[in-house]
Design a protein around this ligand. Structure first.
Ligand code: CMP
Length: 136
């Protein structure tokens, strides 16, 4: 089943100059980049993107982090792209993420975990509409 997923290279990934590294892993896997740009999120878009975490104690800090600098947003497409990208990314907590994954290789803190990938077809549709309304 060909799917689309929203991938973000978060501000920590941009700051650390690993945009190319992340894109290269996506392309090597055989996934396609259907849309991509660099942007700085407004608080409104960040809160909408993370609405399911609105009641978590880390929400305010997460919104501050994700709006704190430019990020790279992309729509990634391919066979089971949602699960395929999540397996490239590794576990949310980079300490548990297996070496060889993006988070396992490049991160140590749960908030600054380099990338985001949609976690379901429902989230992917919602997030792609939010970031790339022209594609939805
Ligand atoms: P992401 O996959 O983008 O989805 C939610 C984000 O919240 C997650 O990556 C982390 O950046 C962040 N996050 C998740 N759990 C925690 C936590 N316990 N403390 C701080 N940030 C978190």
């Amino acid at each position: 089943v060909v799917e689309r997923t929203l991938v973000l290279i978060k501000p920590d990934g941009v700051r650390r100059s690993i945009i190319g590294e992340v894109i290269s892993r996506i392309e090597r896997k055989g996934l396609r980049i259907a849309a991509m740009d660099m942007r700085t999120l407004s608080t409104e878009v960040a809160e909408a993107h993370y609405e399911e975490h609105a009641n978590r104690p880390f929400f305010a800090s997460l919104v501050e982090f994700i709006t704190g600098g430019p990020l790279v947003a992309m729509v990634v497409e391919g066979e089971r792209a949602i699960e395929a990208f999540r397996s490239l990314a590794g576990a949310t907590d980079p300490v548990s993420a297996v070496p060889g994954t993006i988070r396992g290789d490049f991160a140590l803190e749960v908030q600054e975990n380099i990338v985001h990938g949609s976690d379901s077809t429902y989230s992917a549709d919602r997030e792609i509409k939010l970031f790339f309304p022209e594609l939805a």
